[in-house]
Structure formats: structure tokens, C-alpha cells
Design a protein. Structure first.
Length: 409
């Protein structure tokens, strides 16, 4: 296979040789190392053969000694293709333009995606990156990822992590907000564990400190559950102050109330859909419609961006934006308390579970209809961890004074 490709690259011709002295023709070819392939003799004075362009040029100078005539039947190979295409300037210009386009596509950034936390100022961050040279059309080699990253971290202390990932001609910006850490107490400070809410103690797991409650005890919010003052464990020992730690699991109760209007408006889609199109070249947008758009008061707007790409990492600097408007009418809707019951209970339980470190074991609810609204009263039983650390102001008790001498009679 490789040899065949090499022959086509050098070029080859299929010839028809006629004459009464074919043996003399073959002898001349052998004496001048002219290789004949795919020879086929069709008559006593005629044969066909294939030879390379270089061998054919040598044969032309030796034809007078052969007594035969040679006619070219077919030409194949790269030299002949290049000769036919030599005068096709539009083709060569298109090829040059394609090569230039590929170079521009692969060496510049033509798509920027952002994955930035909602807690961060997204528009301001992208504007700042644009000032640092990160924008559509910039050369990949001009982006100093390390320098830009440190510049952004210095300018925005609320950013915990930022990265610029370049893949092909696509750049992805990822930024994460710094999560506020709870104020940690000094590990050397004397602390105690107190109850975060009312409950009945189920289990006490003290890692450090002296438990002040046991299973079955009822506690109120703020009560000491594990003390930082540890009494002596042997005769003659001393009190000591520690950094109390531990978990106290308790049975707790939560109350939740909610109200919801029973009369609202429902969207009824009319089936009317209108589409608007726009082309984006790099960071320039060309609207293919007249006006600034359609008011979203009576319709839902769906925006879809269609990119022209070669692969996931190589995209063209052109995209089509399709804005689809789905029109609807607002119709009044009246529901009953039973119809909204399940949704109201699910929302209330979700809000309770979100603010606790444990699980809900049971719940009781009552949904009534009052003045055109559904009123929910919910009571949930839970099993959760209620212990939180707090500073302990306990002091070591003073030792009783020692008695001197014997007691008087």
C-alpha cells in the first residue's frame, strides 16, 4: 500500500507499444534499468505497460533504437493533478483562505463560558477580565493565566477559587465564592456544650468535659449539657478546666405556620409562538429583526444559542441566537384547601429540615380555610443534635483549708 502511494506521488503513465521489434524494445528497457509494470501483450506487435514518469523520460531518449512507437494511454499521479490545477486560481485562493481560517480559529479565543457563583458579581468579574485582556478574539498566547488569576484574587477577596481553562479556542471561567466560616473558638479556651433548643435528651456522647445531663432529661435552650469543669477522678485529685466537646442527641419539637391564597392566576398558552433571530460575530451582535424585542409581560421568552463548531473545543466565531416567545393568557384560578394541602405541608417540612441537624420522625398538621386563604398549622417531632459550643466561665473551686493540730476535747 505504501509503495503504491509513493508511485502515485511520483506519477506514472500507462503506455501502448506497437512495432515489429518488441524484443528489441524490452532489451533497451532492461539495459537502461527502466521498470515496466503490469505488462500485457495483446498481439504479436502490441503490448501495454505502466512505468514511472522518470522512466518514461529516459525511454523517450532511447526510442530511436527500439524501432517501436509508444503512445500514452493514461496518466496518473500527483504531478498530473497539480498540472491540471495550476491555473485554477480560485481553488488555490480558497485553499489559502481555509488554511488562514484554521490558523485564526486555532490560535485565538472565540468562545467564553462562565461558571461563576451567584454570590459573586458576575458582570463585574467579566468586565474586569476584559480589562485584563480576556475577551473574544484575543490570541491564546497573550493570556497569562497565572498572572490574571492572582490579579483577580487580589482585587476580589470574596473569591475563593478562580480558574481559566483553555481548550482549543474555547475558554471557560470558573469562580467560587469564599464560604463564610463559622467563628471557631480557640482550642485552648475553656468551653462548654449548651443546648441550641428545647428537647429531651436521647444520648450523650462527651468527647471532652463532664456530662451535665443524661438520657431522659428535659433541657431548655441555653442549658449546659457538657461542662468544661471536670471534677477529680481519684482521691486527692484536682479539678481541671477543658475545652468541652461532644454531641447530644435529643427529641425535639418544631412548630410551623403558613398561609396561602386560594385565588391566583394561571397561565394558559394560546399556541401563538414568535421567533426572532440574531447573528453573533465574535462579540458583535447583528439582529435580524426590527425593534428591540417583545415585552415579556404576556409571554415566556426562551433563548437558544446555536454554535457552528468542528469539535467540542474548536468553534467558529459565529453563532445563531434564536429567541422564541410563547404567548399566554392569565386566567383566574380558585383552589380549595385540600388541593394545596400536600404542597404546603411539603414546603413547611422542607423549611424545618433545612435548619436542623437531624431527621423528622413524625408530624401533625391542620389545614383550614379562612377568608379565602389556606392556613397551615404544623407540628413536627424530630431527633437531632442540639449541642453547640460556648465559652465557659467556670472557675476551679478553692480547696478547703487544712486543719492544724488535733481537735480540742
Amino acid at each position: 500500500m505504501i509503495g503504491r502511494f509513493l508511485l502515485l506521488a511520483r506519477g506514472q503513465v500507462r503506455v501502448r507499444v506497437t512495432g515489429a521489434s518488441l524484443p528489441r524494445f524490452l532489451n533497451v528497457c532492461a539495459q537502461n534499468t527502466i521498470t515496466l509494470r503490469q505488462m500485457k501483450r495483446t498481439a504479436w506487435n502490441e503490448l501495454y505497460a505502466t512505468l514511472s514518469v522518470a522512466d518514461f523520460r529516459i525511454l523517450r531518449g532511447k526510442m530511436g533504437r527500439t524501432g517501436c512507437r509508444v503512445h500514452i494511454v493514461r496518466r496518473r499521479g500527483a504531478p498530473f493533478v497539480a498540472s491540471r490545477l495550476r491555473t485554477r486560481y480560485a481553488l488555490w485562493g480558497g485553499l489559502l483562505a481555509a488554511v488562514l481560517l484554521c490558523w485564526v480559529l486555532c490560535t485565538h479565543i472565540w468562545a467564553i463560558e462562565q461558571h461563576i457563583d451567584a454570590a459573586l458579581p458576575q458582570a463585574e468579574i467579566m468586565q474586569q477580565l476584559d480589562e485584563l485582556g480576556v475577551h473574544i478574539g484575543v490570541r491564546r498566547s497573550a493570556i497569562d493565566v497565572t498572572q490574571i488569576r492572582w490579579s483577580m484574587l487580589r482585587r476580589y477577596p470574596e473569591i475563593r477559587f478562580i480558574a481559566l481553562n483553555i481548550e482549543g479556542n474555547r475558554l471557560t471561567v470558573e469562580a467560587r465564592a469564599a464560604t463564610p466560616h463559622e467563628e471557631l473558638l480557640d482550642q485552648q479556651a475553656v468551653t462548654r456544650v449548651v443546648a441550641a433548643r428545647d428537647g429531651v435528651v436521647r444520648t450523650v456522647r462527651a468527647q471532652e468535659g463532664q456530662p451535665a445531663v443524661q438520657a431522659g432529661d428535659a433541657v431548655a435552650a441555653g442549658d449546659t449539657l457538657i461542662s468544661g469543669l471536670v471534677p477529680p477522678t481519684m482521691e486527692g485529685g484536682e479539678y481541671r478546666l477543658v475545652h468541652a466537646r461532644g454531641e447530644i442527641e435529643a427529641y425535639t419539637s418544631h412548630q410551623k405556620a403558613a398561609i396561602r391564597a386560594l385565588t391566583d392566576e394561571k397561565k394558559t398558552y394560546t399556541g401563538k409562538v414568535r421567533c426572532q433571530y440574531a447573528l453573533v460575530f465574535g462579540n458583535k451582535r447583528l439582529n435580524l429583526y426590527i425593534g428591540s424585542g417583545i415585552s415579556a409581560g404576556t409571554c415566556d421568552k426562551i433563548v437558544e444559542t446555536k454554535e457552528l463548531w468542528l469539535s467540542e473545543s474548536v468553534v467558529f466565531p459565529i453563532s445563531l441566537i434564536v429567541q422564541r416567545y410563547m404567548f399566554y393568557e392569565r386566567t383566574p384560578r380558585t383552589q380549595t384547601a385540600d388541593e394545596v394541602r400536600v404542597d404546603m405541608i411539603a414546603r413547611a417540612l422542607g423549611q424545618i429540615a433545612e435548619g436542623m441537624d437531624g431527621t423528622i420522625t413524625a408530624h401533625r398538621e391542620r389545614v383550614t380555610e379562612q377568608n379565602g386563604a389556606a392556613v397551615l398549622e404544623l407540628s413536627a417531632d424530630a431527633m437531632e443534635q442540639i449541642g453547640v459550643q460556648a465559652l465557659d466561665d467556670s472557675t476551679i473551686p478553692e480547696a478547703p483549708p487544712e486543719k492544724n493540730g488535733e481537735e480540742e476535747d
